[in-house]
Design a protein around this ligand. Structure first.
Ligand SMILES: [Zn+2]
Length: 178
């Protein structure tokens, strides 16, 4: 490990610890020549994950892109970026735990949304509007209705499947102009 200050080739490790996310080891090193200290990170080279789009194209899973999408969805909402970073971390761990290196984009969207819903409902709808690419307003309305029908705290245990429409239920006083 070459010293960034004097380019000397030898250093000793003075401290070593896991990074906050646990996926990298952070080492504090001291140059044996100039005695200055610097930090290195050692991470496991991870197998790339691929998101399979609707049209069959594969795209490498990009945690920064996902984080960017979440930041956009939570714009002007009271959501700490660190919470979103933790969410991305959780998603990536869930993906790696699936035992497959490919995930359909729809499944990824659902994974994200079921967590985002517990963090911020407005962000959830915004995110859903992109990931589910709502066909029209009634499609979006269905998502909002489903959200409203499940008060906070009752959601997680429920399996998410489309509710069968009951008579009278499809009519809302709110007409979104369709
Ligand atoms: Zn040095």
């Amino acid at each position: 490990m070459r010293c960034p200050y004097c380019a000397h080739g030898d250093s000793k490790v003075v401290d070593s610890r896991d990074s906050e996310t646990g996926e990298a080891i952070r080492r504090r090193r001291e140059c044996l020549a100039c005695k200055r200290r610097f930090t290195t990170y050692e991470r496991v080279e991870s197998v790339p994950l691929y998101v399979v789009k609707k049209d069959g194209r594969r795209e490498e899973f990009d945690r920064r892109k996902l984080l960017g999408g979440l930041l956009t969805a939570t714009k002007k909402r009271e959501v700490a970026p660190s919470r979103l970073e933790a969410l991305v971390e959780e998603i990536e761990n869930a993906l790696r735990g699936r035992g497959s290196t490919e995930i359909p984009s729809r499944e990824l969207g659902e994974l994200v949304m079921e967590r985002l819903r517990d963090i911020d409902e407005i962000a959830y709808v915004r995110f859903a509007s992109v990931y589910r690419s709502f066909k029209d307003m009634s499609d979006m309305r269905a998502t909002i209705e489903q959200l409203l029908s499940q008060p906070p705290g009752t959601r997680r245990p429920e399996p998410r499947r489309p509710r069968p429409a009951r008579a009278g239920e499809t009519e809302l006083p709110l007409d979104l102009g369709k």
